[in-house]
Design a protein around this ligand. Structure first.
Ligand code: FE
Length: 217
């Protein structure tokens, strides 16, 4: 019996929130260029094929890790588990490797065979990849890559974007001195003050776009 759609979306208003219904994981993406190590948070990793074992990631061009992967064609994905606290997202997501060494002070170096660091804690697997193709997606680059190595680190469930929003990201506190007009980044809490948020606005803290901002109520 064919599946019947009860109400066709034809003519319905475009609602970008429909995209929130897609499910995503969360990952620390790491790369190495010479002696420089860096990593950032991404939510865009998808397996493309099993044979060859191939995945795709998309990375914002403003991320330092983006340039390192474009140059070296290699990266690791550390798959965050539900055990990951907010500080992991702050550390890898809300500051730039252009300004800080995110791996400074690490007592032990955890590297895979490709020489790239991975995150051994609050993760459940590491996937090492070699880039085979890139696609320019405007604000982002898609890196299509062969999986070279994999390691399972724990049995903890993978962190999803929804789990992060529901259980990890701190709820914004109401501030008496909050601006009356503006937009707040739903990812990191950065506040943009102004009547209108430019469509091409990118959060200076976490690099998410205008679609991840909501008006201050
Ligand atoms: Fe942000």
């Amino acid at each position: 019996m064919p599946y019947k759609i009860e109400s066709a979306p034809n003519g319905a208003k475009f609602d970008s929130k429909a995209l929130f219904k897609l499910s995503y994981g969360l990952f620390v993406l790491t790369a190495r260029d010479g002696k420089k190590d860096n990593g950032c948070i991404i939510n865009t990793a998808t397996q493309l094929t099993s044979s060859p074992c191939r995945i795709a990631i998309t990375v914002n061009k403003q991320n330092y890790t983006h340039d390192m992967i474009a140059k070296t064609d290699a990266f690791n994905l550390s798959v965050l588990s539900e055990e990951a606290p907010f500080k992991v997202f702050e550390h890898f997501g809300f500051q730039s490797g252009k300004n800080v060494d995110k791996f400074a002070g690490c007592e032990t170096e955890n590297r895979t065979a490709n020489g790239i660091l991975y995150v051994p804690k609050f993760t459940n697997a590491v996937i090492s990849c070699a880039v085979v193709a890139t696609v320019d997606c405007g604000t982002h680059t898609m890196f299509i890559a062969d999986v070279c190595d994999t390691v399972i680190l724990s049995d903890a469930p993978s962190m999803t974007y929804q789990y992060y929003f529901d259980n990890v990201k701190p709820k914004p506190a109401a501030k008496a001195d909050a601006p009356k007009k503006g937009y707040v980044c739903k990812i990191c809490g950065y506040v943009y003050e102004g009547e209108e948020l430019p469509e091409d606005f990118v959060c200076p803290i976490c690099k998410h776009g205008a679609e991840d901002f909501e008006p201050i109520k």
